[in-house]
Ligand binder design. Sequence first.
Ligand code: PEP
Length: 240
Amino acid sequence: MKKIFAANWKLFKSPQETRSFLNSFKKVFSQATGEVVFFPPAISIEAASECLKGSGIHFGAQNCHAQVQGAFTGENSAQVLKELGGTYLLIGHSERRQIFSENDSMIGEKVALAQNLGLIPMLCIGETLEERESIHTFRILETQLALGLSKADPSKPLVVAYEPVWAIGTGKVATPEQVSETHTDVYNILQRLGFTAPILYGGSVKPDNASNLLAQSHVGGFLVGGASLEVESFIKIAST
Ligand code: PEP
């Protein structure tokens, strides 16, 4: 199956910076060995949409509201993302869970909405360091998946991103053994719940650790933060 290389730009890159990055990236995109997806900040999605038209490169949003419209000041609509040509919706990133108090039930609503609109939900799951140290990892991931997918349709496309919270933006990458073991657990939990989905790894992926991580069991690609902000480092990862 084709690997997926996804770039989470968080709150970086203006519309102009987005255009400039994507125009450069298009020149090297042929080196990519899998599908490439960009998640720009909401205000730069339209710029990405214009730049990526007909390129074969995908884009999506980092979040949306669980309703398509209404009195929700400051929120963004998944329906508008769809109209702009977006294909993916990132849901339940640990920064959304921790900083914006998103819970598994809200996340489950968003996964269902994305699928109903014909978008592909990229559901993020992962344990904190305390949870890993107290050997709760399996139970945490099982709960996040069961609740996050409680309203999802197994016949519709889905991507899961396993991102240990302690590895995001810290430079502390999970070991290949941890990745292999946890991805196998995630794969088995998904099977038990009746879902099949590519499982991406995220957490301090860099050009020098990408090939070893990609070789581990059930690793279907990467969700990349910091190293996706430069064309050179991201294309190195996407051509792993
Ligand atoms: C992320 O934001 O999802 C992420 C994995 O970030 P980083 O690659 O910087 O750890």
